[in-house]
Ligand binder design. Structure first.
Ligand code: A2P
Length: 337
């Protein structure tokens, strides 16, 4: 099946990677519409060697699309999701707008692809920190049930979009020239040469929305609605690649070798773990790769049945564009378009 495809947010940080991943994976496309705001209308982007003009997102532009990928804003998702659904298409949405809705599957195909069976026209992809985490947790729980998860993240600025990438770049360049660093516009503080313990805005319980997303999405994808979970999400001055230090408590005793083996066997996950030779994943040595990576795997001696690991994935790829395209591939394979 060759679907007619539209991409809302084609000019953004994820949109750009989306086009490259679709080319690399030879994703079948009968017709491609590239959509954004009126600001970008008329820009030309290249797909498979062909220049395509960006259009303003509209009902007419979405009219006969089978699959609409949306990586724009929550407002755009909320506005266009119902339009796509009513016209019989499927929206694969990268935003948080629909993720926790009961009739919207939230999917990492290697973990809960079966949830695609009950979609009603909108499928959400998880937050870019949730995706690698649930892949590792899904592998570990084949060894022993999960009873508690805590995590600290180290998230790249591209997770906040192209504007944040420009902000870090401008700050680093100014610093390098010995000039005053430009005032922040995207973040509440300077991000260059700094780390910010704030990703998204704060809720009344003291957690950020990003931390709440990680918790709620992990529970939904793993079908463990009561899993004890707490995270601290931190923005760091890297361009691409989200890293996480994760501490997991298991229900019973386990063999670390079995955990290692389970991670090695999990589709889409790669073990990169040879600490004696300083081999472990970093944002730089995993950028541009579609897999998620795990390293620094070890027993947590501070609790009874604990395991600690470090994971990294390219937030624009497996954290966003690649996962979205894999969902579309899986929908086609299952005849669920
Ligand atoms: P535009 O480039 O015209 O502003 P990023 O996450 O890198 O900031 O990119 C966001 C993407 O979403 C851009 O392509 C942006 O288009 C697009 N976008 C933002 N708001 C809307 C909207 N209301 N409708 C459609 N596309 C939107």
């Amino acid at each position: 099946m060759e679907p007619k495809v539209a991409v809302i947010g084609a000019t953004g940080a994820v949109g750009d990677v989306f086009l490259r991943v679709a080319e690399e994976r030879n994703f079948p496309v009968a017709r491609l519409k590239l959509l954004a705001t009126a600001r970008s209308a008329g820009r030309r982007l290249t797909f498979r060697g062909e220049e395509i003009e960006v259009e303003e997102t509209s009902e007419a532009a979405l009219a006969d699309s089978d699959i609409v990928f949306c990586s724009a804003t929550s407002e755009a998702s909320r506005k266009w999701g119902p339009v796509v659904r009513e016209r019989g298409g499927i929206m694969i949405d990268d935003g948080s707008a629909y993720r926790m809705e009961a009739n919207v599957p939230l999917v990492v195909p290697e973990v809960n692809g079966d949830d695609l069976e009950w979609h009603e026209g909108i499928v959400s992809i998880p937050n870019c920190t949730t995706t690698p985490l649930v892949m590792a947790l899904a592998a570990i729980r084949t060894v022993a049930p999960l009873t508690r998860v805590t995590a600290a993240t180290y998230q790249a600025v591209s997770g906040s979009g192209a504007g944040a990438v420009r902000e870090l770049d401008a700050q680093l360049r100014a610093y390098g020239r010995g000039e005053p660093v430009p005032a922040p516009e995207v973040y509440p503080h300077q991000i260059a040469l700094n780390v910010l313990p704030q990703v998204d805005t704060f809720d009344e319980d003291g957690f950020t929305k990003e931390e709440a997303k990680m918790r709620n999405e992990t529970r939904k994808i793993l079908h463990q609605p009561d899993l004890p979970f707490a995270a601290t999400c931190v923005r760091v001055p890297t361009f691409v690649g989200h890293a996480e230090a994760v501490h997991v408590e298991l229900a019973h005793d386990f063999d670390l070798g079995a955990v290692r083996e389970a991670i090695g066997q999990q589709a889409g996950l790669e073990l990169m773990d040879d600490p004696a030779n300083s081999v472990y994943p970093t944002p730089l040595n995993t950028a541009g790769d579609d897999r998620a990576f795990v390293g620094r795997l070890r027993v947590d001696p501070s609790i009874e049945h604990g395991v600690i690991f470090w994971c990294v994935s390219d937030n624009l790829r497996k954290g966003a564009a690649t996962n979205a395209i894999q969902i579309a591939e899986e929908l086609i394979r299952r005849g669920k378009l």
